[in-house]
Design a protein around this ligand. Structure first.
Ligand SMILES: [Zn+2]
Ligand SMILES: [Zn+2]
Length: 271
């Protein structure tokens, strides 16, 4: 088979390969394995069967979603800003119409993701928009074979003026959050899991190493999260899945502080 892009039918993780033998995301302890074995779908098949939608969630912020849902069904965020747009996390796949909408909004100058659960079809965004920087933390480089990282980083990277990546680890070795200072937002990756009701209102928040398996974070990992986000001013968090305008810094710190008062264990804190 020719070298091309394939999506894992179970989690949506993309690999550039000729015959993927397994999916590193599903094989990892944080995901479940598919019940019925591996299936890898070539890009042409995904393109023929998937479309997508977008919505404006704030004056300078857009959310892109793939339909029908593919894999982990994440959201691709686009921050529209005068110095060049930032795409953070990516939708599982972008139709031509979605790519045309991003182009109409000014394209992408900076591209990054928190960790592999947010990569989506990041390769498509790089292929289409040739961003100046593609930033992923150095500890997750092994998972980026579908695209090319041009800006690996250590603890902190000023991705663009006012927008800074901070390595937090914990849930994933190379997990990083993006602090959007002008927007007072924290793109927090899977540092937090937010439960929402049907109207999109946050009902509970938790923090964990592996959500499906209820594996908690250690105290050291929680303390690292806390040390990184305590100095950052934000009024909302955005995971690869949810926009939670109710969760600002005081709530986020309170969740971590509560978890540090007891032995490690996953607990959903009701809001
Ligand atoms: Zn997978
Ligand atoms: Zn994750």
């Amino acid at each position: 088979m020719p070298l091309s892009w394939y999506a894992c039918a179970h989690c949506g993780f993309w690999q550039r390969h000729f015959d993927p033998a397994d999916c590193p995301v599903c094989s990892d302890v944080r995901n479940d394995l598919p019940e019925d074995g591996w299936r890898f779908l070539p890009e042409a098949e995904i393109a023929a069967t998937h479309g997508g939608t977008w919505r404006q969630v704030a004056e300078d912020l857009w959310a892109f979603t793939t339909t029908p849902a593919l894999g982990l069904a994440g959201t691709g965020w686009l921050i529209v800003r005068p110095g060049g747009n930032i795409a953070f996390e990516a939708a599982p796949y972008y139709s031509d119409a979605m790519l045309a909408q991003i182009e109409a909004l000014g394209g992408i100058r900076f591209l990054a993701a928190s960790h592999c659960h947010g990569y989506g079809a990041l390769f498509q965004l790089q292929r289409t928009f040739s961003p100046e920087r593609v930033a992923i933390h150095k500890d997750d480089l092994r998972l980026t074979k579908a695209f090319r990282v041009t800006a690996p980083f250590d603890d902190v990277l000023a991705l663009a003026p006012g927008c800074t990546l901070h390595h937090v680890g914990g849930h994933y070795e190379g997990q990083a959050c993006l602090h959007d200072e002008p927007g007072r937002r924290l793109f927090c990756g899977d540092m937090f899991k937010v439960d929402q009701d049907e109207g999109g209102r946050a009902t509970a928040i938790s923090s964990h190493k592996a959500f499906h398996k209820d594996i908690p974070l250690t105290h050291g990992e929680l303390r690292r999260y806390r040390a990184v986000i305590a100095p950052l001013a934000f009024d909302a968090v955005l995971t690869p899945f949810e926009f939670a305008p109710e969760i600002g810094r005081p709530v986020a710190l309170a969740v971590l502080d509560e978890a540090l008062t007891r032995p490690p264990g996953v607990k959903r804190v009701l809001l």
